[in-house]
Design a protein around this ligand. Structure first.
Ligand SMILES: [Zn+2]
Length: 238
């Protein structure tokens, strides 16, 4: 049993044998790009790794995120904290492995399959337009886990009432020309994308990083801090 960090919000609706959550402001920032002392940030990563390892989860995969659609598959045979090169998604079917994405308005997308496979995806507007969700589901299908059988959770992210974007963003998302600003609900777009893949076990967290800025970091609200979306495939024998 993995002990969740203080301030973390558990993700509901995923399969058994999986632990998933998004950290909050009370947990502290996991961002590696702020001016906060290194020892403070690394202590949080260390505490997270300790909590995971205590439950037998000895692999934590992350990556330098670039708002793209690259999804990396992680096998076993290693232990520790991986910070991979440019990628915005991770999949694994190896028990004892955790996957994490850093977010602050972008959507943490957490996916599980009942036969024992998981994915974590970082989906801002760029990644959503580029198809990070489809890439993640494709990566699971390539391992033998059909998208229609997967459960998908969209975690805390900026809501449609807080996120005004320019015409270039709307064009990228909707695939047609726009000449004005408008509000964009990225999670609604992700829901549509998931449903097109036949996903019917879909849970959307209603928390907004900006409306609920006391609980979460928000880039739009001026925060440099980052929360973590985490999903772990529990160890078979901790
Ligand atoms: Zn909001």
């Amino acid at each position: 049993m993995i002990t969740l960090p203080a301030g973390a919000v558990p993700a509901h609706g995923l399969d058994g044998g999986v632990t998933a959550f998004t950290t909050g402001r009370a947990t502290g920032s996991f961002g590696l790009g702020s001016s906060e002392p290194v020892e403070s940030v690394m202590a949080r990563w260390g505490a997270l790794r300790h909590a995971l390892a205590a439950a037998g989860v000895r692999r934590l995969a992350t990556a330098h995120q670039v708002h793209g659609r690259t999804v990396v598959r992680h096998g076993g045979g290693w232990h520790g904290w991986l910070r991979g090169d440019d990628a915005d998604g991770h999949v694994t079917n190896v028990p004892g492995t955790a996957l994490a994405v850093t977010v602050a308005d972008c959507t943490p997308v957490l996916v599980s399959h009942p036969a024992g496979a998981i994915a974590a995806l970082h989906a801002g507007w760029r990644g959503t337009a580029a198809g990070i969700l489809n890439e993640g589901l494709d990566a699971l299908e390539a391992l033998g886990y059909p998208a229609v059988e997967c459960a998908v959770v969209l975690g805390p992210a900026i809501c449609g009432q807080c996120y005004e974007v320019g015409p270039e963003v709307l064009s990228a998302i909707h695939g047609r020309a726009f000449d004005h600003k408008a509000l964009l609900d990225v999670r609604a777009v992700l829901v549509d994308q998931a449903q097109r893949r036949g996903v019917h076990r879909l849970t959307v967290d209603t928390a907004c990083t900006r409306c609920d800025n006391d609980r979460f970091f928000s880039h739009r609200a001026g925060d440099v801090g980052r929360q973590l979306g985490v999903i772990a495939l529990n160890a078979s024998s901790p």
